[in-house]
Design a protein around this ligand. Structure first.
Ligand code: G3H
Ligand code: ZN
Length: 315
């Protein structure tokens, strides 16, 4: 049965120094692209849905929908709720068959974050579902960080042991400089991650899987394609693949990617509409867009996260 939770995936990723990709999807075409890429690469994978994607696709039946399009898939995959902002949403997704949920109570104070996370963990573990939670602020560019504070709004290593032991979570999302969206750094800034903080956390939580959010790399050729065919995206700078690769060799076992897939999909659609304006056949323009996402995911699995070839552990 290829639908699994992430427990074994992360255990294998940790000891073999790779990371599993969690890819944000919001259509059947995107689910197919991600699953087929993983199947081609023989890689484990995480199908990730935000609250909005779940509502857009089919709240209540996401598991059935994914199972429908995964009949030929043999690699292990998880269905994950990304950034669950309420305990109730996490519980609903668990009831619907998600195998992994993220409770994101990071906007609350430390004690409230623990309280909400603990409630989700108790509900999830009783049903064989794993839980990710977040400490620190995974935000945008670093312009409002207090430079006098060594950790700023990043995850404070001093908090992690208490948080993990009091909540009993299965993985921890940390803030070390990644950011959501396509515009992660300002033009002229050199992208960097706080590997010093990652190392400190790793030292305090040996063997424990960490998660990086906001990890799109924003390939410039994909951006150029959008703008070449009528798009108006501003200069966008993502997380360099080399840094993600470095993190995947440490205790980062899950890397989240959303914007890159949307950029790849959109570029191909724009190109199609621009070059073949007479066409209106949906399958004709969805096919190159889906292929672009598939190729991008494969590239990340093989060259960046190094999870390719690791899809056999659960058999
Ligand atoms: O939770 C979603 C991810 O962190 C995606 O971030 O769009 O910057 O790749 P991204
Ligand atoms: Zn995220």
């Amino acid at each position: 049965m290829p639908l699994v939770n992430t427990k074994q995936m992360f255990a294998d990723a940790y000891v073999n120094h790779y990371a599993v990709g969690a890819f944000n999807v919001d259509s059947i075409a995107m689910i197919q692209a991600v699953l087929q890429a993983a199947e081609n690469c023989k890689s484990p994978v995480i199908i990730s849905l935000s609250k909005g994607s779940r509502e857009f696709m089919h709240p209540g039946n996401i598991k059935e929908l994914v199972l429908c399009v995964s009949k030929d898939i043999t690699i292990p995959f998880a269905i994950h709720l990304d950034h669950g902002k309420s305990v109730q949403l996490c519980k609903d997704c668990i009831d619907e068959g998600f195998t992994s949920v993220m409770i994101d109570a990071s906007a609350y104070d430390f004690e409230e974050n623990i309280r909400q996370t603990k409630e989700v963990v108790e509900y999830a573990h009783a049903r064989g579902v794993v839980v990710e939670s977040e400490l620190g602020a995974i935000a945008g560019i670093e312009d409002d960080i207090d430079v006098n504070d060594k950790y700023g709004r990043f995850t404070h290593p001093a908090d992690v042991v208490e948080f993990v032991s009091k909540t009993n979570i299965d993985s921890l999302a940390i803030a070390i400089g990644t950011a959501h969206g396509a515009y992660k750094f300002k033009p002229g800034q050199t992208p960097h991650l706080r590997f010093d903080i990652l190392d400190e956390i790793e030292e305090k939580l040996p063997g424990f899987p960490l998660v990086l959010h906001g990890s799109s790399s924003v390939p410039q050729e994909r951006l150029a394609l959008i703008n070449q065919y009528g798009g108006k995206m501003k200069e966008a700078i993502g997380i360099p693949e080399a840094l993600l690769n470095q993190a995947s060799k440490k205790s980062v076992c899950k890397i989240n990617v959303g914007s890159d897939l949307r950029v790849a999909f959109t570029g191909e659609i724009r190109k199609f509409f621009y070059t073949q304006p007479q066409e209106f056949e949906i399958r004709k323009y969805t096919t190159p867009a889906r292929n672009a996402v598939k190729e991008m995911v494969k590239d990340k699995m093989i060259n960046v996260f190094c999870c390719a070839g690791h899809g056999e552990f659960s058999k």
